[in-house]
Ligand binder design. Structure first.
Ligand code: AMP
Length: 386
């Protein structure tokens, strides 16, 4: 087990410069580190806060040489970065979580195969390698089913729902149109879940791990809208989720922050939807409602430092600002009114281009009780929707 410790003052590399990379960077700066951000998009939010900024393609060998020359360790802020880049970096420096972990996680088929082979609970699934096999593959898992691209899908992108046999033709056509050579898909049974939950686990380089409270999530068209913490689950469910999450990350031998997205069935049984090898949108509440945020834990785990004790300081509800909601907010509610709402903490990611479904910011509502936080979050959402 590697125990390499990276001291404050060192430069940490992060691949990907979205809001997760920016929040990681801010946490690292607060702990005395410097950060090199590599993201092809020059307007990616993390470039604004980086000590060293590399806005260029992940294939650029000159950037690779300069980046490696600066950094003591590398982490990443999303799983769709090229695994070959991580492998190349691993030849020359520490990568946490490792490229082996990234490879298992970034391909849905690999990930499901890994979880199934270790007996972890997941929805029934089958592999699809050619669109014309769709009907036969859906029959293996049953209707209704979801077809997802094995790689590069996120926030519900690259997903098709097949409710009945008559949908097959249309989805088959969509798959053929979007397929590239070698594209594979996973066909999954649609789970009749009661609720969607998630849980963060942090695992250090010494194998010690800790879990955050179980949270409850609401999605709309595959995209996270709201997170409530703590989840109002039976205590057995919350404890079971923490055990499951720690077991999965132990099996992966992952070093870093991980999030398990879960489906809760009517009897309280949990199925794993997916595992993320990084801080997660449903963990943004930790910035304002916990002793140590998921981003500080990412810094600590990446640098081989002891993990922080996890303490929930307040119930919280996190509401994402998606697409033009940040501007609607200005027009309808007014930032002044929002900032004056009890317990509201506003985060705007500074993205210049507003696009539908793009995550632009979030608001965390803290409350003495979850009920109070929910009331304020609901008032806020109502005023956005009016
Ligand atoms: P994913 O990109 O796999 O995280 O899926 C995004 C969202 O789609 C999830 O949060 C669920 O709301 C929904 N979803 C994904 N897979 C399933 C499934 N097997 N059954 C029911 N809903 C699903």
């Amino acid at each position: 087990m590697t125990r390499a410790v990276i001291d404050p003052g060192s430069v940490l590399g992060v691949l990907g410069g979205g809001q997760l990379g920016a929040m990681f960077t801010l946490a690292a700066l607060r702990l005395g580190y410097r950060v090199a951000v590599w993201d092809p998009d020059p307007e990616a939010p993390a470039h604004r806060v980086a000590t060293y900024s590399f806005p260029g393609p992940f294939t650029d060998q000159q950037i690779l040489a300069r980046f490696v020359g600066l950094i003591s360790v590398v982490t990443y802020e999303w799983e769709n970065i090229p695994a070959e880049l991580c492998r190349a970096l691993e030849q020359r420096t520490l990568v946490r979580p490792s490229s082996a972990v990234l490879s298992v996680i970034q391909d849905r088929l690999e990930q499901k195969g890994f979880l199934a082979s270790h007996g972890f609970p997941i929805p029934p699934f089958a592999i699809l390698t050619a669109p014309d096999q769709l009907a036969a593959t859906v029959r293996q898992v049953g209707y209704p089913a979801l077809c997802k691209t094995a790689t590069a899908g996120y926030d519900g992108k690259g997903q098709w729902r097949i409710t009945r046999e008559s949908d097959v033709r249309e989805v088959e056509r969509a798959l053929s149109e979007s397929a590239r050579p070698g594209t594979r898909w996973i066909v999954e049974a649609v789970v009749p879940f009661e609720r969607e939950l998630s849980i963060l686990v942090v695992r250090g380089s010494d194998g010690q791990s800790c879990a955050y409270p179980l949270v409850e999530n609401e999605h709309d068209e595959g995209i996270l809208r709201t997170t409530k913490v703590p989840a109002q689950a039976a205590s057995g469910v919350a404890a079971g989720a923490a055990v499951l999450a720690r077991q999965v990350v132990d099996r992966l031998e992952g070093v870093g922050v991980f999030c398990l997205e879960l489906f809760e069935l009517s009897g309280g049984e949990l199925l794993i939807n997916e595992v993320a090898p990084r801080p997660h949108n449903s963990g943004h509440y930790t910035l304002d409602a916990c002793s140590v945020s998921q981003f500080e834990q990412q810094v600590r785990a990446t640098c081989g430092m002891p993990l922080g004790e996890v303490r929930l300081l307040s119930p919280a509800v996190m509401v994402n600002l998606i697409g033009d909601e940040a501007t609607t907010l200005e027009k309808r509610l007014g930032r002044r009114t929002l900032l004056a709402m009890p317990g509201a903490v506003l985060h705007l990611y500074g993205k210049l281009a507003i696009r539908p479904r793009r995550k632009m910011g979030h608001v965390t509502f803290l409350g003495e009780t979850l009920g109070l936080a929910l009331d304020h979050a609901q008032q806020f959402r109502d005023s956005l929707a009016r």
